[in-house]
Write a protein that binds this ligand. Structure first.
Ligand code: F6P
Length: 319
């Protein structure tokens, strides 16, 4: 039986377990043996492999995190370490490596492919900043987690007639801020992709209060500016009381939404289909609700476009 290996790498994302399950079950369908690599690239370097049977992935589709655990492995930037990883794969007779992760992990995969490893990438990152796919596994769950927090904060914000600044994750990307801000009816959404004018933010707050609004919600992406500093300035300029909530790693955990489980299952199965078709060094992605294969080089050299139209829509609706 042909052998393949799968690992999860970088920041965990809800739905990674559903993707592991999808790979193992689709491989069983095609009579392939699956090895799991523990702790991402670290486990590849230090030969930490486990056999993943059909039963080993039972009862995980609804769990956040990753049963294979994950890491950010700096050592992998060293070509000697990548050679070690390749040797481990060759030693165990593994025909292809499936990498479930974000931009950094897919870059690691691309570097391995240059050494001759056959790689298939599956996009998973709450940041949703991976080029070549409209959606990454974990994004929908993270957005819904933020939305739940916004709903709760609205209650207390209204009671106290306060302005709330809510900082969300995303590294250099404003995707979580945009989606959760639009769905949560935020008065302003601040993202690293676009410059913002603090005076405009304060004017919107004041105009809302003048019309009878009892609170204001500002969603700020972590890559944009410091929420604490922003809160201080807004309080000074608007003369209204502000509070800051940094949601942090709450956004990375929790049970994956149906959308993330379905996405993970579709992408995992498509990844195994690529293997069966003998196509490698690609990432499976979703574009306009169709599963596609995208060249890994295009992914690692690309940049995800920011949805300006959606940003404008949020601005128009949040008067
Ligand atoms: O890439 C996912 C992410 O959660 C980012 O949004 C965030 O900036 C980063 O990871 C945090 O990483 P760590 O958990 O290593 O602190």
């Amino acid at each position: 039986m042909k052998r393949i290996a799968v690992l999860t790498s970088g920041g965990d994302a809800p739905g990674m377990n559903a993707a592991i399950r999808g790979i193992v079950r689709a491989c069983a369908y095609h009579d392939l043996t699956v090895f799991g690599v523990n702790r991402g690239f670290y486990g590849l370097i230090y030969h930490d492999f486990v056999n993943l049977s059909i039963n080993s992935v039972g009862d995980i589709i609804h769990r956040g995190g990753t049963i294979l655990r994950t890491s950010r492995t700096r050592e992998f930037r060293d070509v000697n370490m990548r050679m070690r990883a390749k040797e481990a794969l060759d030693y165990f007779g593994i025909k292809a490596l499936f990498i479930i992760g974000g931009n950094g992990s897919l870059c690691g995969g691309y570097e391995l492919s240059k050494l001759g490893v056959k790689v298939i990438g599956i996009p998973a990152s709450i940041d949703n900043d991976i080029p070549g796919t409209d959606l990454a596994i974990g994004f929908d769950t993270a957005v819904n987690t933020v939305l739940d927090a916004i709903n709760r904060i609205r209650d207390t914000a209204t009671s106290h007639e306060r302005i709330f600044i809510i900082e969300v994750m995303g590294r250099e990307s404003g995707q979580i801020a945009l989606a959760s801000g639009l769905a949560g009816g935020a008065e302003s959404i601040l993202v690293p992709e676009l410059p913002f004018d603090l005076k405009d933010v304060v004017e919107r707050i004041n105009a809302g209060i003048a019309r009878g609004k009892l609170h204001s919600i500002i969603v700020v992406a972590e890559g944009c500016c410091s929420a604490i500093e922003l809160g201080r300035k807004i309080e000074e300029m608007s003369r209204h009381e502000t509070r800051v909530t940094v949601l942090g790693h709450t956004q990375r955990g929790g049970t994956p939404t149906a959308a993330d489980r379905i996405l993970a299952s579709r992408l995992a199965t498509a990844a195994v289909d690529l293997f069966m078709a003998g196509e490698f060094n690609q990432m499976v992605g979703i574009q306009r609700d169709r599963v596609v294969g995208v060249d890994l080089q295009t992914v690692v050299e690309g940049k995800k476009e920011f949805n300006q139209d959606m940003y404008e829509l949020a601005r128009i609706l949040s008067i």
